[in-house]
Design a protein around this ligand. Structure first.
Ligand code: PMP
Length: 398
């Protein structure tokens, strides 16, 4: 018998399954709102002009392709730190943060999880309810028990902060708590600055290990503005983890550009932590690929390209906001009685619309509009050509 005879078919990834169904759909009016990708008004994934310029310069320079250091490109890693904490922050000056280039945000979470597993194998990891669908599987695959903490309240369409805080205050010391630093995926509901302050205090009080997932910096209010949570933890003096992803903010999805940063108690501790993190990386993939990190480092390191990138990032942010307010206004114009204004308050690419699984199925079957069965839609998949059709269709299924 084959050594694979007993291998069972794994369940399909729900979102990739949605994409397959969308691709197979022959209706010309079809719209895929199930994706987790930013599309421009032409419905295309943009190649940012700042990225293009940095790539052209790289190509022209014809750099050799030796191995990178295990922790990746130093200019890139320092650029990541400046984006997170602001150039000249104390935490950087004191040597209390180490950063390793990683394979996207997912790769950053994975090396962080593997390092944490060596540190404290019996810790439980807590993720928000609901959360990005890969959080649970990723931490479980690293060997952790994963549970959730209360987060989203469907009745207020916001964060059930009282329940969340009570849960945090009940956890065992050493528990790992995964937090979406901004633009919560999938709900679009973020905490207020004051609530972040309380989360920091709860982590301090209970001795929790915060792990901030920063996948959408710049998509809510701006680069510095979206660092509120990071900076609240930075100011606390606590130790914590941050995974960064530039998949969306640089539109570099397939180049796998991310980073893991670990904030320690001292420069001396940083040296020991980095040495162990390097062992984790070495036995996973040895060292990260060059291109994406070099491009981001070049953009961040040039005043001109950086300004251009910030403009382009702002363009993406503003377009998503326009789609939010546009959809709400168009639903209203179509006589929809239900108040959808919460869609304007939600942040980032996603909205938990409150559409039921049944309504989502009807949108797909009757109108060729694809959304996640939880009612999550990606606002960045709306554009000036499909928004009226989407509003018409939603109005009809409500
Ligand atoms: N965390 C969250 C919350 C995400 O939404 C995503 C991707 N959509 C990631 C991590 C992973 O990012 P990457 O594609 O860079 O691996």
């Amino acid at each position: 018998a084959s050594i694979f005879a007993a291998v069972e078919m794994a369940p399909r990834d729900p979102i990739l399954g949605l994409n397959e169904a969308y691709n197979a759909d022959t209706r010309t009016t079809k719209v895929n709102l199930g994706v987790g990708v930013y599309y421009n008004d032409e419905g295309k994934i943009p190649l940012l002009a700042a990225v293009k310029a940095a790539e052209q310069a790289r190509l022209a320079a014809q750099p050799p392709r030796g191995y990178q250091a295990i922790e990746g490109n130093p200019a890139y890693n320092s650029g990541v730190q400046n984006l997170l904490f602001g150039a000249g922050s104390d935490i950087i000056a004191e040597g209390r943060v180490i950063t390793a280039q990683a394979l996207g945000g997912t790769g950053a979470l994975k090396i962080g999880a593997d390092f944490l597993q060596r540190l404290n194998p019996n810790a439980t990891v807590y993720i928000s309810n609901p959360s990005w669908e890969n959080h649970r599987a990723l931490f479980e695959a690293a060997g952790f028990k994963v549970e959730d903490y209360p987060y989203y309240d469907a009745s207020t369409r916001g964060v059930d902060f009282a329940s969340m805080r009570a849960k945090l205050l009940s956890l065992q010391p050493g528990s790992v708590i995964v937090l979406h630093a901004c633009c919560h995926n999938p709900t679009g509901a973020d905490m207020t600055d004051a609530q972040w302050g309380e989360v920091v205090e709860a982590c301090r009080e209970r001795g929790l290990v915060p792990f901030l997932d920063m996948a959408y910096q710049g998509f809510a209010d701006g680069i510095a503005e979206d660092s509120v949570a990071v900076n609240a933890f930075a100011a606390s003096g606590l130790q914590f983890f941050i995974s960064s992803s530039f998949s969306k903010s640089f539109s570099l999805y397939g180049e796998r550009v991310g980073a893991l940063s670990i904030i320690t108690a001292s420069k001396e501790e940083s040296g020991r932590v980095l040495s162990q993190l390097k062992r984790v990386i070495r036995t996973n993939y040895s060292n990260p690929p060059i291109h994406g990190g070099a491009v981001v480092a070049a953009v961040l390191g040039s005043a001109e390209l950086r300004a251009q990138w910030e403009d382009e990032l702002a363009g993406m942010r503003v377009r998503i906001r326009e789609m939010r307010s546009g959809l709400v206004a168009k639903l209203q114009e179509r006589g929809v009685a239900q108040d959808f204004s919460f869609v304007i308050q939600q942040r980032g690419m996603f909205s938990y619309t409150g559409l039921t699984a049944e309504q989502v199925e009807k949108l797909r079957a009757e109108y060729g509009i694809y959304a996640v069965s939880t009612g999550r839609i990606c606002l960045a998949a709306l554009n000036s050509k499909n928004i009226d059709y989407v509003a018409d269709s939603i109005a009809k299924v409500l």
